[in-house]
Design a protein around this ligand. Structure first.
Ligand code: AQP
Length: 331
């Protein structure tokens, strides 16, 4: 423990990362590592909830780590590791499952959305928020930077921590979420009612590694509306508001002030594409360099896992003792 606030967040290795991941989460991760004790994790156990192909999961896990390094996560400032390398996550998850209510899990909207789209719904998909609570609570986390879609899960994590603390005495730090003001919910460019997502495989998803011509084309074809007024109003103008939100987030402004600069949709689309390409192009270059050195990525992850394990093991031990589990081996 360093005395500065601890930040924790994770990302699933469920495919190519997209602009929503970048603007909603990863850019904040990078910012936080300069003033906080940052712990970032590729959550491969969460990806197992949807039974990915094993080779794909392996590749995606390393690719996700390479992506985090490419967006600017600095392993000298942040602890970066893969969730399954630190077995304390899975062990504490059981205690979290015994702390969260069935009814609470059933209210999670992400579970409802994902189970509606899946033929096979694993019990793991249902208990996902318990594993996520374990991820967060193991590190005595103060702040969890996430996109808006994770708000409900982090609120549940707080409830789980508070219930455990009430039952067994002070054990966990109760974390707070941090959600960006712009870019918190990047919507699909073709269907602005849905959030941009890795697993939907829509033509309206913009990949972080996508070629700039393709990015420009996707913005040009972005669905707007039949009016011709540039106004930030996500309720009635979701497509236009999504473009304004993206351009605002990419340029550090507010969507309302960006809207004042435009009278037509065409220039708004073109400028948004340019701003996004400007953001993505150095990331693509860095990713190409890093991908040619998988040994370096593995080394960074191994060092990160060692650092993470030290903190996680101490928290797990505290939770075990407080809950009445006997020591693993005599003192
Ligand atoms: N569209 C989005 N806008 C803003 N933030 C987003 N995030 C995800 N989608 C958007 C944030 O990215 C972080 C990591 O996401 P994740 O991969 O762990 O979560 P996810 O919700 O599973 O991401 P996807 O892209 O929707 O993948 P699938 O479809 O596979 O589930 C989180 O902080 C999340 O808020």
């Amino acid at each position: 423990m360093t005395g500065v606030a601890r930040v924790f967040s994770g990302i699933q290795p469920s495919g190519g990362m997209h602009l929503g991941n970048l603007l909603g989460a990863l850019r904040n991760w990078v910012a936080y590592q300069h003033e906080h004790d940052a712990v970032y994790c590729v959550v491969d156990l969460h990806a197992l909830t949807t039974a990915p192909d094993p080779d794909e999961l392996r590749d995606n896990t390393l690719a996700a780590a390479a992506m985090l390094l490419s967006v600017g996560i600095d392993p000298d400032r942040s602890t970066l590791f893969v969730q399954s390398s630190v077995s304390e996550h899975a062990e504490l998850a059981w205690m979290m499952e015994c702390t969260v209510g069935f009814g609470e899990l059933r209210r999670m909207t992400q579970f409802k959305d994902k189970s509606d789209r899946s033929e096979f719904v694993s019990a793991g998909l249902f208990t996902y928020p318990a594993l996520q609570a374990s991820d967060i609570l193991l590190y005595d986390t103060d702040l969890v930077p996430v996109g808006d879609d994770q708000r409900q899960h982090i609120e549940l994590c707080r409830d789980i921590a508070e219930r455990f603390n009430r039952r067994y005495g002070d054990t966990f730090t109760v974390p707070a979420h941090v959600i960006p003001t712009a870019g918190a919910r990047v919507m699909d460019l073709q269907n602005p009612a849905d959030k941009m997502s890795k697993s939907l495989e829509s033509a309206g998803t913009v990949g972080v590694l996508e070629e700039s011509e393709s990015v420009t084309r996707k913005f040009k074809r972005a669905v707007t509306d039949s009016e011709n007024e540039v106004r930030y109003d996500p309720g009635t103008k979701p497509g236009v508001s999504n473009l304004l939100g993206i351009l605002a987030s990419a340029t550090g402004r507010t969507p309302e002030s960006v809207a004042d600069d435009y009278a037509q949709y065409g220039p708004l689309k073109a400028d948004t594409a340019d701003a996004v390409n400007e953001l993505l192009s150095p990331i693509r270059e860095r990713y190409a360099e890093l991908s040619s050195d998988p040994g370096e990525i593995a080394r960074v992850l191994a060092t990160g896992a060692d650092k993470a394990r030290t903190v996680a093991a101490a928290t797990l031990e505290r939770a075990r003792t407080n809950a009445g589990l006997i020591p693993r081996s005599p003192a």
